[in-house]
Design a protein around this ligand. Structure first.
Ligand SMILES: [Zn+2]
Length: 331
């Protein structure tokens, strides 16, 4: 199957090799033009079961590590440089599960190519039968030396666990404001990182990602350095499309308490983000610029949604939920 759309960046006007543009081949696959996977989703499930006792990737979603063998990406138990996530095999746990893969891909591209937030390289890749899966390159390895970075998620940095803060520790232990306190404490270039973090939080709100919890933010230090940075953005998804129960607006509370506006409406609005910006010392001029950018960039978001591999109903939902959140944070 030959598409005229790049499965990495969704560009439609570029020369493609095996479904990827040159930029994506370079960025996502380190210059190797990958073959479609030589296994399908049924075989994936089998391989995952074989490999999982030794897998180091945590989380509940079905995924396996892949590594290049010549031009083939093959499952591996050790030193995998890629993570593959197919649509889930359908145990009725989530709704609209066939859209999960395209949803994550789209959400990551909005972060990377529209919001210009450092974001893990990712794309779609075909199984042997043509079905698409989500693939992302691990960012905790140095591309050139292959050495692993020193990385820790925010739950680990704060030292919260199920035994210290209960089963929901990833959500309950602290607020996004506390996360900024961590960034200010550990990240040397914290002015840049704090603004980056602000953009991530507001993006999560716009795309209705209710799962940006403490383990989905991490700091890492490059090889031979003890300076810490925020890792690229990862695990982004419009969770509202897939989860029935009424989630909160965001995975963590934004502030230590609630603003008067939140008390009145019961959801986050312009006032809350303005207050958040004030507490994290984001200058007014930067805050205003980001809010204006959100307004002005919407046509690009809509264009990307239209190009994505989401079903028509998912596209409609993604657009309307995004617009609804934009309205909430409008001044
Ligand atoms: Zn591309």
């Amino acid at each position: 199957m030959e598409n005229d759309i790049c499965l990495g960046c969704l560009a439609t006007n570029k020369t493609l090799k095996n479904n990827y543009c040159l930029k994506c081949i370079k960025e996502l696959f380190n210059g190797i033009v990958p073959n479609p996977l030589n296994f399908d989703r049924v075989e994936f499930t089998k391989k995952r079961a074989e490999l999982s006792p030794r897998m180091s990737i945590s989380g509940v979603q079905d995924k396996i590590s892949l590594t290049f063998e010549k031009k083939d990406l093959v499952p591996t138990a050790i030193n995998g440089k890629y993570i593959l996530k197919p649509i889930s095999s359908g145990d009725g746990h989530i709704q609209n599960e066939k859209d999960v893969v395209a949803n994550e891909h789209l959400s990551m591209l909005i972060s990377k190519n529209i919001f210009n937030i450092p974001t893990a390289s990712c794309g779609l890749i075909q199984f042997s039968d043509g079905e698409l899966a989500y693939i992302t390159k691990r960012f905790d390895y140095d591309d050139i030396s292959g050495l692993k970075y020193d990385q820790e998620d925010f739950a680990g940095i704060i030292g919260v666990t199920p035994s210290s803060h209960g089963e929901n520790y990833k959500y309950d232990a602290c607020s996004y404001l506390d996360c900024v306190r961590i960034i200010k404490k550990y990240v040397a270039s914290s002015v840049v990182s704090v603004e980056d973090f602000f953009k991530r939080i507001i993006l999560n709100y716009l795309i209705c990602n209710g799962d940006a919890h403490l383990k989905n933010f991490s700091l890492f230090s490059k090889v031979n350095s003890n300076e810490y940075f925020l890792t690229p953005n990862y695990d982004l998804l419009n969770t509202r499309f897939h989860v029935n129960e009424k989630y909160g607006d965001m995975a963590l509370e934004l502030l230590d308490g609630y603003t008067a506006t939140y008390e009145k409406y019961g959801y986050y609005t312009y006032d809350d983000f303005k207050t958040f910006a004030k507490y994290i010392d984001l200058p007014d001029v930067r805050f205003n610029k980001i809010m204006k950018f959100i307004e002005e960039s919407y046509p690009k978001v809509e264009e990307l949604i239209d190009k994505s591999f989401l079903s028509e109903s998912a596209k409609k939902f993604y657009k309307s939920s995004y617009q609804e959140r934009m309205k909430r944070i409008k001044f």
